[in-house]
Design a protein around this ligand. Structure first.
Ligand SMILES: NC(=O)c1ccc[n+]([C@@H]2O[C@H](COP(=O)([O-])OP(=O)(O)OC[C@H]3O[C@@H](n4cnc5c(N)ncnc54)[C@H](OP(=O)(O)O)[C@@H]3O)[C@@H](O)[C@H]2O)c1
Length: 260
C-alpha cells in the first residue's frame, strides 16, 4: 500500500519519543509521511525528532512537549499541527508505571491513566478522525494491551482503560470503514521499551522488539479492528475456554513478575 496516498500527509504520534511510538514514527517517515510527535519529556522527544530528520531530511518533523493529562493538551496538539493534513493518528502513550490493588493506590494516578488512554484519545479521535472521514481517507491506531483481555488484579484501572480503547476501536473500525478510514487496536504483550525498563527494572529488555511491533502494526492498519502481538491470540483462546473468574486468576498469576 502507498502510505502517502492513504495516510498522507502527516502522522501524529502521541507518545512518539521512545519505544514503540518512536519506531512507528521513524518507519512512517521512511514511508513518506511527515510527523508530529508528542510526549512529556523534551529530551528524548527532541532526540527522536532529530534522528528522524537526520535519516529523512525531506520530511517535516514537529515535536512538542505536551502532557496528555493536562487540561488543554488536545488544544495544544491541534495548535501544533495547524492546517496540516493529519492522515494518521497513532495513540501510543498509556502504560502504567505502577502496580497495586486499586484501593491502596492513589486515585489521581488512576484518573491520569483514564485521561491519557481514554479522555485525551477520544478528543483526538473526534477531531482528527472527523477530518479523515470528511476527506475519505486516513488511519487511526490505538495501542492497547493484553491486560484488556480480562481484568488484571494489581492493574485494575489499566486493564479497564485498555478494554475501553479496544472496544472503542472495534466500533469505530466499523463506523469508519465505509468512509475509507482504517482503525486498528494494536494489542501488545510484554514489549521491550524504555518506559517498561524504568518502571519494572526486573523486566528490562524482555519482551517483543519495539521496531518489530511497529512494523507489524503498519502492515496491519488496513486489516483491523484488532492486531494481537505475539501470543495474544493464544491468550484469547485460553481465556475463552475458562470461566471469567478462572481467567482473572490466570491473569493474576501471569502478572507475578510485575509484582515482585
Ligand atoms: N511495554 C510493554 O510491555 C507494553 C505492554 C502492553 C502494552 N503496552 C502499551 O504500549 C504503549 C507504549 O508503552 P511504553 O512501555 O512505551 O510506555 P509509555 O509510558 O506509554 O510511553 C510511551 C510514550 O508515551 C509518552 N507518554 C507517556 N505518558 C504521557 C503523557 N501523560 N503525556 C504525553 N506523553 C506521554 C512517553 O514519553 P514521556 O514519558 O516523556 O511522556 C513515551 O513517548 C502503551 O500504550 C502501553 O500501554 C506496553
Amino acid at each position: 500500500m502507498d502510505f502517502t496516498q492513504q495516510y498522507g500527509r502527516m502522522a501524529l504520534v502521541c507518545g512518539g519519543s521512545e519505544g514503540v511510538g518512536a519506531e512507528y514514527a521513524m518507519q512512517l517517515a521512511g514511508r513518506g509521511l511527515d510527523l508530529a510527535l508528542i510526549a512529556r519529556k523534551p529530551g528524548p522527544l527532541e532526540e527522536t525528532a532529530s534522528a528522524i530528520r537526520a535519516a529523512h531530511p525531506d520530511r517535516e518533523v514537529l515535536a512538542r512537549s505536551v502532557d496528555l493529562t493536562a487540561p488543554g493538551a488536545v488544544d495544544e496538539i491541534r495548535d501544533l499541527t495547524g492546517e496540516r493534513e493529519v492522515g494518521l493518528l497513532i495513540h501510543n502513550a498509556g502504560a502504567s508505571s505502577q502496580t497495586g490493588d486499586f484501593l491502596d493506590s492513589d486515585l489521581a494516578f488512576a484518573q491520569a491513566l483514564v485521561a491519557v488512554n481514554d479522555t485525551a484519545m477520544l478528543a483526538l479521535v473526534h477531531h482528527y478522525g472527523g477530518q479523515m472521514k470528511a476527506r475519505g481517507r486516513g488511519g487511526i491506531v490505538l495501542v492497547g494491551s493484553f491486560a484488556a483481555l480480562v481484568g488484571q488484579p494489581g492493574l485494575a484501572t489499566y486493564s479497564a482503560v485498555k478494554a475501553f480503547s479496544t472496544t472503542f476501536a472495534e466500533a469505530l473500525w466499523f463506523e469508519l470503514k465505509p468512509h475509507g478510514v482504517h482503525v486498528l487496536s494494536h494489542m501488545l504483550g510484554l514489549t521491550a521499551t524504555p518506559a517498561n525498563a524504568r518502571h519494572y527494572p526486573a523486566m528490562a529488555g524482555l519482551g517483543e522488539d519495539s521496531a518489530d511491533i511497529a512494523r507489524q502494526g503498519l502492515e496491519a492498519i488496513a486489516n483491523g479492528p484488532v492486531l494481537y502481538a505475539g501470543g495474544g491470540e493464544d491468550m484469547v483462546k485460553a481465556f475463552a475456554s475458562l470461566s471469567r473468574g478462572a481467567a482473572v486468576e490466570q491473569m493474576y498469576q501471569a502478572g507475578a513478575d510485575f509484582r515482585d
